[in-house]
Write a protein that binds this ligand. Structure first.
Ligand code: EPZ
Length: 444
């Protein structure tokens, strides 16, 4: 295990190029199961989750080549319908192969999915929707696998009880080859879902978002190979914007993501940040003299994304006044607070007044455990200082890096493999902006 040492306090300035979106790349790999033709996908980030997902494909007989930022999927060697536990349990996206496998081979065995430790993260909504398409699915708690069979998958009407991003994508991936038409209501609106839809349409799928939260999929008999360039990663861009603001630097992001960042940019401007968007996919981020406090409530798109709240908390430690963050999507996404406290942040948990928790919160209320918190209050400005900290999940990792970049002294950040799940070569890219960051071998 490696660690980062960051000597904070330098303004980060210059140009940086956004990577492709992790949460689209992984799903296009799942979609490759829907055809035997060759598929070429560009703008794929070289991150651990991508390598893990390619291993999942390999484990079921699909080989790929990954050169620079292009993945070619063209060699199919059999068609196993079991994702082995050791490769599948590492990431949530592995569970999404269930749809294409059922549609093409009539069965699938998938391990209970893993992913970042940010809550219970069940897939009950996915399973209920697949059952309504004619799949017979059981969960065996002794082997930790879902066992699924379907003679045919038929079109259906799915009404998700609450927003689910990968649930929506899972049903789209099952419905494109199903018999008949599937209508998904209360479908997720995240822009990554729409990029996956565009990709599938280039394969010959018939999918339309008929209104904001309704997606209609007309099943087709066959899908074909394609070549596609995926969108930029919004979460990376947010990280760079906040890096500019907390270090009082000036960062220009190339391949800036046009859609899906309005809620972030609005909050950034309210906090005294400046985001200059240009026509040529370039956005320049910096901050005025003073960071202002904000009250942020996370939510499904078009709301302020849950993935942004942890890095946002670092910015709010620099704000002049009291800020709040209310997390409504996951029940346990404040693990980073403990580490920011070590660095001198003034953050307290509080119970927000909520009239109707069942409708506000996106997680299943029964998954909330003692010690899970939904809201924090941050008092600023605080000069953060160095500390030895440990990363718990991907976005918490970016958060601790940001905190160390604006802190005084040298911080040690352990658990950086979590950051490498979603950020390509982060220390080299931040180093090019002036960050004093280096990697060491973990000798703890
Ligand atoms: C996706 O997670 C992303 N992951 C997340 O990014 C992102 O934070 C999230 O969507 C919100 O946009 C991927 O795309 C791989 P959900 P997902 O289904 O699909 C509960 C990252 O770091 N729920 O919209 O898991 C669930 O536990 C990751 O890139 C159920 O209870 O999010 C959560 O509380 C982290 N049962 C809430 O709903 C279900 O069947 C929203 O989950 C499905 C979800």
């Amino acid at each position: 295990m490696d660690a980062f040492i960051i000597d904070g306090g330098t303004p980060l300035s210059g140009e940086i190029t956004n990577s492709g979106a992790k949460n689209v790349a992984l799903k296009t790999f799942v979609a490759s199961l829907l055809t035997d033709d060759a598929i070429r996908i560009h703008n794929i980030p070289r991150i651990t989750d991508v390598f893990y997902m390619l291993e999942v494909l390999e484990s079921i007989g699909i080989r790929s080549q990954f050169k620079d930022h292009t993945v070619d999927i063209d060699k199919r060697n059999g068609s196993s319908t079991t994702v082995p536990l050791d490769v599948g349990a590492r990431l949530r996206t592995s569970s999404m192969v269930i749809g294409p496998m059922l549609a093409r081979y009539g069965e699938a065995q998938i391990p209970n999915p893993g992913g970042c430790r940010i809550g219970a993260r069940p897939i009950d909504r996915h399973i209920a929707a697949l059952r309504s398409m004619g799949a017979h699915i059981t969960y065996n708690s002794r082997d930790g696998f879902y066992h699924a069979k379907a003679k045919i998958l038929h079109g259906t009407h799915v009404l998700f009880p609450k927003n689910t991003h990968t649930g929506t994508e899972t049903i789209i991936l099952a419905a494109v080859l199903a018999q008949g038409t599937t209508v998904i209501e209360n479908a997720a609106q995240e822009v990554e879902v729409d990029d996956l839809i565009r990709f599938l349409v280039t394969m010959g799928a018939k999918i339309q978002r008929t209104n904001e939260r309704t997606i209609v999929i007309e099943g087709v008999k066959k899908l074909y190979g394609t070549e596609y360039t995926i969108m930029s990663d919004r979460n990376e861009e947010v990280t760079f914007a906040i890096a500019a603001a907390v270090t009082h630097g000036d960062i220009t992001v190339n391949k800036s993501q046009k859609t899906g960042l309005d809620a972030f940019r609005d909050a950034f401007r309210n906090a005294g940040g400046i985001a200059d968007e240009r026509d040529d996919d370039v956005t320049r981020y910096r901050v005025g003299k003073k960071v202002r406090p904000t009250d942020v409530v996370t939510g499904p798109h078009p709301g302020f994304m849950t993935d942004w709240q942890a890095p946002w908390a670092v910015l709010m430690t620099q704000a002049h006044g009291v800020s709040t963050i209310h997390e409504t999507v996951f029940e346990s996404r404040f693990s980073y607070v403990r580490e920011l406290l070590k660095m001198g942040a003034n953050i307290t948990f509080f119970e927000p007044d909520v009239d109707n928790p069942q409708s506000l919160y996106n997680f299943n209320l029964s998954d909330k455990k003692r010690g899970d918190h939904q809201a924090i209050r941050i008092e600023g400005p605080r000069t953060l200082h160095n500390a030895v900290v440990v990363i718990d999940d991907l976005r918490a990792g970016a958060t601790l890096i940001l905190a160390a970049l604006c802190a005084t002294g040298e911080s040690y950040i352990y658990g950086i493999e979590q950051v490498e799940r979603g950020y390509e070569n982060i220390e080299v890219r931040l180093g090019a902006l002036g960050a004093r960051i280096r990697r060491i071998k973990d000798e703890i």
